[in-house]
Design a binder for this molecule. Structure first.
Ligand code: HEM
Length: 404
């Protein structure tokens, strides 16, 4: 069992090799325990929690706060203007409860169901262009041509971003997710902040049938969302809604291409799609170290007492490969009976976009699998480029070609 050690002597398990196969790192660490005091590549000391039972319990432990006021000196993380930072993911009860109730009034099952048609037609349009590119060049990148633009199109629809602004908007979101430099990141955040302020003002003046207009209209016993709350919610929606979804589409397709028998079964029986998506969310959940919590009092996790001021990272991806929870966890199996997972969180911060995420993943992967039966990887598997972000596990590119 790991006991607290001085920051300088902490191991740094996330080296360059880690990004090609993070699961190998987790397996190696798991042999020494479920909870590890490590240093992240940015220098922050953190407690990395790998065991499924501890991760699950941590997600609902009221002593583990999401509020950065408890973060102490160790946590670096994403630095945002206060107006963008004050979003659901960083707020504890009772403010969280109040906000979530208001937001849920806009994010209704009826509203989400109404998005199905838009998602299907966006996927169809992107697939048409993807087919043209494959025919013209013999090869195409699934990330650039499909996985990245699909969720961004949906976010553009949810927030009713005017058509002429969409490219600049998408470019800045992509820069925020994968900045080339800190200057680029600051510029992108400032641009998006300004853009969202203008968008909220425009929707207030002229409401439409978009999520932002629904949020502006949402009221609860006289209470309503403030300007900052609206802007930070719109910001959270675009960050949370675009990053994970695109990674599961591209890495999910890669997993299917690497398992031709299961891909064939999926093609033969489209009814398998929902459970295939659940198994993909377990098997390649992109959330590596994005789920962080701060103890409000000393908390014991797996026999280690974690003090106030330290940072706990609940590693969903590692939890999903825990042999104490899943039988043969490294086997991808779309017929697996136990499809429960933590990919969309648990407890009060459970993913607000879960239904939309599932709808997009099923539509995207269903479209790719059925429209392109001859799809094949267009580079050796060991030459695939992965992002070197320790927050999420993501392909930079997924080059494919059609074989007859
Ligand atoms: C495959 C896609 C997705 C995955 C894997 C995912 C995963 C998650 C997880 C794990 C959390 C909980 C974080 C925590 O406990 O700290 C979360 C929260 C959230 N997600 Fe998602 N998400 C996805 C797609 C989406 C989409 C499409 C949207 C919206 C359009 C969305 C909006 C949100 C929001 C607003 C929260 C914060 C909820 C709260 O704090 O009350 N997500 N998501």
């Amino acid at each position: 069992m790991n006991q607290p050690s001085s920051d300088q002597s902490l191991p740094q398990p996330f080296d360059r090799d880690h990004f090609a196969d993070p699961y190998a790192t987790y397996e190696r660490l798991r042999k020494e325990g479920s909870v590890h005091h490590i240093r992240l590549p940015d220098g922050s000391p953190v407690w990395l929690v790998l065991g499924e039972a501890y991760v699950r319990a941590g997600l609902t432990d009221p002593r583990l706060s999401v509020n950065k006021a408890y973060a102490g000196n160790g946590y670096k993380g994403f630095s945002l203007p206060p107006a963008l930072d004050a979003n659901l993911l960083n707020i504890d009860p009772d403010d969280h409860l109040r906000l979530r109730r208001l937001v849920s009034k806009a994010f209704t099952p009826r509203y989400v169901d109404g998005m199905r048609q838009r998602i299907e037609s966006a996927a169809g349009r992107l697939a048409d262009r993807f087919a043209e590119r494959l025919a013209a060049d013999g090869s195409a990148d699934v990330v650039a041509a499909f996985a990245n633009p699909l969720p961004l199109t949906l976010i553009g629809d949810l927030l009713a971003v005017p058509e002429p602004d969409r490219q600049a908007f998408s470019d800045r979101v992509n820069t925020m997710l994968d900045p080339g430099s800190s200057g680029e990141l600051v510029e992108a955040i400032q641009y998006i902040h300004r853009f969202l302020l203008d968008l909220v003002a425009a929707r207030r003046a002229l409401p439409g049938d978009d999520l932002l207009s629904e949020l502006i209209a949402a009221r609860d016993e006289g209470d309503r969302l403030s300007e900052d709350e609206l802007v930070s919610l719109a910001f959270l929606t675009l960050m949370a809604g675009s990053e994970n979804t695109q990674h599961v589409i591209s890495a999910g397709l890669l997993v299917l291409l690497n398992h031709p028998g299961q891909l064939a079964a999926l093609r033969a029986d489209p009814d398998l799609l929902p459970q295939a998506v659940e198994e993909l969310l377990r098997y390649i959940n992109p959330n590596q170290t994005a789920i962080r919590r701060f103890p409000t009092e000393p908390v014991d996790i797996g026999g280690v007492t974690i003090p106030v001021g330290d940072t706990v990272l609940l590693c969903l991806a590692a939890a999903h490969r825990d042999p104490a929870r899943y039988e043969d966890p490294d086997r991808f199996d779309i017929h697996r009976a136990d499809t429960a997972h933590l990919a969309l969180g648990q407890g009060m911060h459970y993913c607000l976009g879960a239904a939309l995420a599932r709808m997009q993943l099923q539509t995207a992967l269903g479209t790719l699998v059925h429209r392109f039966p001859g799809l094949s990887l267009d580079c050796p598997a060991d030459q695939l480029a992965w992002r070197t972000s320790f927050r999420s596990h993501a392909l930079k590119r997924l080059p494919v070609r059609l074989v007859s």
